[in-house]
Design a binder for this molecule. Sequence first.
Ligand SMILES: *[C@@H]1O[C@H](CO)[C@@H](O)[C@H](O)[C@H]1NC(C)=O
Length: 330
Amino acid sequence: MALSSSSSSSLKGIVVTVPVLLLSATAAAIFFLFLFSSISSPPPCSCPTNGESTVESTVSAVRSGGGRISATREDVEWVKSQIHENGLHMQDNVLRKGINPRTRAQQLQDLIEFKGISHYEGEEANNHTALPCPGELLVEQHHSNYGEPWAGGRDVFEFLAESTQLSPNSRVLEIGCGTLRVGLHFIRYLDPQHFHCLERDELSLMAAFRYELPSQGLLHKRPLIVRGEDMDFSRFGSGFMYDLIYASAVFLHMPDKLVWFGLERLVGRLKPLEGRIFVSHNMKFCSRLGGDECTKRLKSIGLEYVEKSTHDSLLFNHYDIWFEFRQTKA
Ligand SMILES: *[C@@H]1O[C@H](CO)[C@@H](O)[C@H](O)[C@H]1NC(C)=O
């Protein structure tokens, strides 16, 4: 009994502080690691099955590893045909009538008031929910923490996974995985414990552990997500090499000195030859040194620049810019 009353008061504490944390974290994100992480596109829909053979071939390519991960032209045609065959007209449905449309704020209020929700009363309210999650996370406020559509996480995953010919037994380290907008896709794809991440923002980690991993059914993947900063990778263990290390919209928010310090520590953890480091947006931490100095400095820590790539989003008018690095050949 003592246990249940103490857990109930600590839960109340969380409920009160999370909104404040959410607001302050949004502001803090401007200064700190900002990570776009992501997740989860909806699972393949269980709608009509005319295109099943295409879906199956895509699924098997994904499962075999090293194959195509992004949507094929046939996939795109298939989904368009489903929309057409079902007579769906997106433009005409902008004002959704009849499905009880609510904003996140309204949804949160309804949740707090248990409006329309079957719920437990009294003592039972505290012993039926295994992982009580703050309402702000349940209404997915964190999906708009960083501005970019949540769906952008899938784009990043597809680009990086295909660029590095990832397979489920590959090992991946993300620097700054935030709320797992990107990370969820890696976690789902990779073998258990093969996704690692260093992240400094507590609120983002809260969203990752308390909402994203459980709601996506990914707890069994046991990702190694470590709260920390200053590019300290000492808690990730040793005896393995990463196939892919990436930082999505993170280095541009860090002092150049810290970026170099981190890269120096990571070179030895990168798989020789195939291992890649990908950095998004720009490589000003290097180019600011001046063309030649940048190359020299990279070489001095055992890295070389490979190339710049862009990757188009599947769902919105946007492209990501990626800079690729590998170990210099011995
Ligand atoms: C929850 O607590 C109530 C009241 O103490 C008790 O009657 C009930 O059996 C408990 N239910 C579960 C699922 O533990």
